[in-house]
Design a protein around this ligand. Structure first.
Ligand code: ADP
Ligand code: ZN
Ligand code: ZN
Length: 671
């Protein structure tokens, strides 16, 4: 045995401190631990799972400070150097310690003290049949545009990023599946990663994949798996057994040793951005991962993000287009604007929209009403003294949830019973103001007593599996009128739906957020895209007070191209992303002044040429759960310059050891 023992393990731990620590390890047999394996170590009076990132003969840590690692999970094949480099890149780019990126990406059951769950999962996997038959079944004949796109993706070699720009219903899914078939046929061990923005879209696609590839092992990775399932699926991917991995954004950090193709469906969707902790963009990491492995990646959308569109225009991404709907005779819906000044809505519904719904009822077709606001009413008020239901902990209102008889704050989840009388003047007549999905549902049921109305939003689908069941009942035709939030707007292939009513999109037109119009446009095009997918003539009715607004004009003409190009031009002139790179430093404290003070010190502590540091400002929603929040925006036309600045700056901020809680977000979406 030529391994000198003990050896020293450099171990990344999930902590905001310095991420890598040295431990001593005594090899019991000839086997030396390997980089990429997990090791149980004592840390801050606990035992935690760490990731071995180095094995050394010596250490600088003095002997009396050095602790022993407790166990190495040698039954688990090590994470690959490529995977470690991916985690390393993410840590670097988003300015977080490696351990905070790498470890939370692993299944919880791998990080516990005992190996019971790991051993069980390994045993279960070993027993699974590994018959692998990449032959696809029941592949439909693609139309020429689809076929050309599938060949371009499936036949690509090396790092080839493509934008699959296809109108809603153009059959992008079939293009992905054909491209997958080509890759699986060509690469004997090849694995494919498919990401969807939302968990509710996984069952539909999972069904498609299983039907097409009956001989291929599919693993899914998303947040509603049980820990046992998550472990099993993660391992199946890690061992290379699962050839197709379908997941939500967290799956971008899956271990896939033979990854050969990445598919990002609905790439424009903001859900690809994690909004807490490590605020990464799964789409952006996916592009990096494809580059690292020199493999093709396809980003699909009917309304690409401006970042992606910009790359496609400049030729950095190849643009593959599907201009028509795939199903024979299916055309895009006719979009009409209803001027709410002329056709005054009653209970939120204009007479034209009501008539259109009635017509669908008579024909036995489905209608969808889209309203991006859940609850019954966003606020209740007292008309005699002007009291309104504000949250006592947040800069926001308590939302009325009538079926549950509660007022709820959607930001801090404060809840209370609906007050019987006004807390200030005692008036018993408290009125709901405005409307949410519950109120629309109630109004529709009153108007159409015979209709089967179904509401789908975060409230109606809290129970596990209930969202899936709700969507299934729409697909089975058991619903006449569907009311929902953005949950219903994305990706679903409803066959009998021929009318989409958009209730109140105007608020986003005048938002301060420069991304609001890009988002609103995408959302309207997406929800409109749910209508008429199976070939029946269909209609989209947009209720608005601003029918002249150019954004609605673009929606009426389904004109993403011009709209996007105009927006890009505006962004270029105003020096905004994607022509500028940003990072946002947020701080929170009991008092706003404390947060601002911290940010002011941060603003003044470092200057760099080419870096603009703006003044600290309170966040639009300043107070959440009794904490005041402020932010500081850093900008640069150069990404490398920004990255270099951030590295140095964060080091200084950490050294300040301020009691103020702060966090940094690179490429923020909400400013
Ligand atoms: P997208 O994701 O582009 O909005 P989908 O992939 O959901 O569109 O496809 C829309 C509909 O078109 C689906 O019902 C699908 O089965 C159908 N479809 C796709 N390709 C074809 C084809 N080549 N021939 C017939 N139907 C197709
Ligand atoms: Zn009152
Ligand atoms: Zn609150």
């Amino acid at each position: 045995m030529n391994n000198p023992c003990p050896c020293y393990l450099q171990i990344a731990i999930d902590t905001p401190l310095n991420a890598v620590f040295d431990y001593r390890w005594q090899c019991e047999d000839d086997q030396r631990p390997q980089v990429g394996q997990l090791a149980l170590v004592p840390f801050a009076r606990r035992e935690v799972m760490g990731l071995i990132v180095g094995v050394a003969e010596a250490t600088d840590v003095p002997v009396d400070k050095l602790k022993d690692a407790l166990a190495v999970r040698s039954q688990l094949p090590p994470l690959s150097a490529k995977w470690l480099a991916l985690a390393g890149f993410a840590a670097d780019y988003y300015q977080r310690p490696l351990g905070e990126v790498a470890l939370p990406g692993l299944p919880k059951n791998l990080r516990v003290l005992t190996t019971v769950a790991l051993d069980r999962a390994l045993k279960k996997l070993a027993k699974l049949e590994t018959r692998h038959d990449p032959a696809p079944a029941n592949m439909p004949v693609l139309n020429p545009q689809q076929q050309a796109a599938a060949d371009a993706i499936g036949g690509a070699a090396g790092f080839t990023p493509s934008l699959l720009y296809g109108v809603t219903g153009s059959g992008k899914t079939e293009v992905y599946l054909q491209a997958c078939a080509q890759v699986l046929a060509r690469e004997p061990d090849g694995q494919i990663l498919i990401l969807v923005p939302e968990i509710n879209l996984t069952p539909q696609l999972e069904g498609n994949i299983r039907a097409r590839f009956p001989g291929v092992m599919l693993a899914t990775l998303h947040s509603s798996l049980s820990e046992g399932e998550r472990m099993l699926h993660w391992l199946a991917a890690h061992q290379g057994k699962a050839r197709i991995v379908l997941g939500t954004r967290l799956a971008i950090l899956a271990s896939l040793p033979h990854l050969k193709l990445i598919v990002i469906d609905e790439e424009h969707d903001p859900s690809y951005k994690q909004q807490e902790g490590l605020r990464y963009s799964a789409r952006d990491l996916a592009v990096w991962r494809a580059w690292q492995l020199q493999i093709p990646i396809v980003l699909g959308s009917a309304t690409p993000s401006l970042e992606t569109w910009h790359h496609a225009q400049s030729g950095r991404y190849r643009k593959l287009e599907l201009r028509e709907r795939a199903v024979q005779n299916a055309v895009l819906p006719q979009v009409k604007l209803i001027d709410m000044e002329r056709d005054k809505p009653k209970d939120g519904l204009t007479s034209q929209l009501v008539a259109a719904i009635r017509q669908r009822m008579e024909r036995g077709e489905q209608s969808l009403l889209f309203l991006n606001r859940r609850g019954y009413a966003p606020v209740i008020c007292c008309e005699s003294c002007g009291w309104i239901s504000e949250c006592t902990r947040c800069t926001s209102f308590m939302v009325l949830h009538r079926p549950e008889h509660r007022l709820r704050c959607h930001h801090c989840s404060l809840e209370m019973r609906i007050p019987r009388h006004c807390p200030t003047c005692g008036n018993v007549d408290l009125q709901p103001l405005g409307r949410g999905t519950q109120r629309v549902e109630e109004g529709l049921q009153a108007l159409f007593p015979e209709a089967r109305v179904l509401r789908i939003d975060a409230d109606s689908t809290r129970k596990k599996g209930s969202a899936q069941e709700a969507f299934a009942s729409v697909h089975r035709g058991e619903v006449d009128i569907l009311v929902g939030t953005q949950m219903v707007a994305k990706g679903h292939d409803f066959k009998k739906l021929t009318l989409v009513g958009i209730m109140n999109p105007d608020t986003a037109l005048f938002s301060q957020d420069y991304r609001a119009s890009e988002r609103l446009f995408a959302q309207l095009m997406q929800v409109a895209g749910r209508a008429g997918r199976a070939g029946m003539p269909s209609e989209v009715l947009v209720q608005t007070r601003y029918p002249q607004h150019p954004l609605y004009g673009a929606v009426v003409h389904h004109d993403y191209d011009h709209f996007a190009s105009a927006l890009l031009e505006e962004r270029e002139q105003a020096a905004l992303p994607p022509y500028l790179f940003q990072a946002l430093l947020r701080a929170e404290a009991r008092e706003l002044a404390t947060a601002i003070e911290f940010l002011t010190i941060a603003r003044d502590c470092l200057q760099h040429p080419g870096i603009t540091i703006n003044d600290p400002i309170p966040m639009t929603m300043t107070r959440v759960y009794n904490v005041d929040r402020a932010q500081l925006l850093v900008e640069s036309p150069s990404r490398p310059a920004l990255q270099a600045f951030l590295k140095e700056w964060l080091h200084m901020l950490r050294e300040m050891k301020s009691r103020v809680k702060w966090s940094l977000e690179v490429d923020p979406l909400d400013i």
